[in-house]
Write a protein that binds this ligand. Structure first.
Ligand SMILES: [Zn+2]
Length: 275
């Protein structure tokens, strides 16, 4: 572990350099150092909060396993339980009550994910981002050597979906009744507490609602990965349906004006007219 002194040598040595620098410059350097220390401290605190939360999530996961725990898992569980008792917490305390948003929850869960898995998921997420980019911007450069036509792009996309499924986020196609019945339907994936919606009042974020969280994990493997770790290993269902229905509407000549704006083909045709 480096001490703050070692990583910011200028702070201890600033007396020696001050004769070469104006007072103003020295003040600036000092202010910058102070800000850097604050940023580092904040990062350290965030990391330790994520580590603590990861311990709690792991502990509760092991608790649920009950008698199915292996010898190693029992040792791990006992260690985490001892830590809980030392902190004076009851097993019924809701560890997630103070988690501000899904990102904090994901950061903690990612600490529990083996590096190999996480690399695999992140690499697949790059593919997802490529496809999403093609869906929104792929029409832009028909002259480019790597241009992917609508036909090729859709074939690509359909292959990807048949291999990896989708992330369930489309209110019209949830499989689990808990998600079908959840109101407001736009709030299924709420990423933080929504305190005072004009119609619904309080909407609980998905990671605090155990029943909804479990239901999301049942939808598909990619949905579970996204719910647990915030990594997209498949395309989001809602976005996909919107994209394909705009293409369909375009071919049938039944666009509404607001869907023209985002239609791949409309934009492609406009672009080619102006070339
Ligand atoms: Zn169109």
């Amino acid at each position: 572990m480096k001490t703050e002194q070692e990583v910011t040598p200028l702070q201890s040595g600033s007396n020696e350099v001050s004769s070469l620098l104006s007072t103003e410059a020295v003040e600036k350097i000092k202010a910058k150092e102070t800000a850097q220390i604050a940023v580092r401290e904040e990062r350290r605190q965030k990391k330790s909060a994520a580590e603590k939360l990861a311990d709690v999530l792991r502990r509760e996961e092991l608790r649920e396993l009950g008698k199915q725990r292996s010898h190693e898992e029992t040792k791990e569980f006992n260690r985490l339980e001892a830590r809980r008792r030392r902190a004076g917490k009851s097993p019924k305390d809701n560890a997630l009550a103070d988690v501000l948003n899904a990102q904090e929850f994901w950061n903690a869960n990612r600490l529990l994910l083996p590096k190999k898995k996480s690399d695999e998921y992140l690499a697949q997420q790059e593919r997802v981002f490529d496809i999403l980019f093609w869906m929104s911007d792929g029409w832009r450069e028909p002259q480019a050597p790597d241009f992917v036509s609508l036909g090729e792009g859709i074939a690509d996309l359909e292959n990807f979906v048949s291999e990896h499924g989708v992330i369930s986020d489309d209110p019209s196609s949830y499989k689990h009744h808990t998600l079908q019945d959840f109101v407001p339907s736009w709030g299924v994936w709420a990423e933080r507490d929504i305190e005072s919606d004009p119609i619904w009042g309080y909407v609980e974020p998905f990671y605090k609602d155990a029943e909804r969280f479990k239901a999301l994990c049942c939808e598909s493997p990619a949905t579970e990965i996204y719910a647990r770790y915030g990594i997209r290993t498949a395309l989001p269902a809602f976005h996909l349906r919107k994209f394909l229905s705009r293409i369909e509407a375009h071919k049938n000549g039944v666009h509404r004006s607001e869907s023209n704006e985002k239609c791949w083909l409309c934009q492609f045709e406009r672009q080619n007219r102006s070339l």
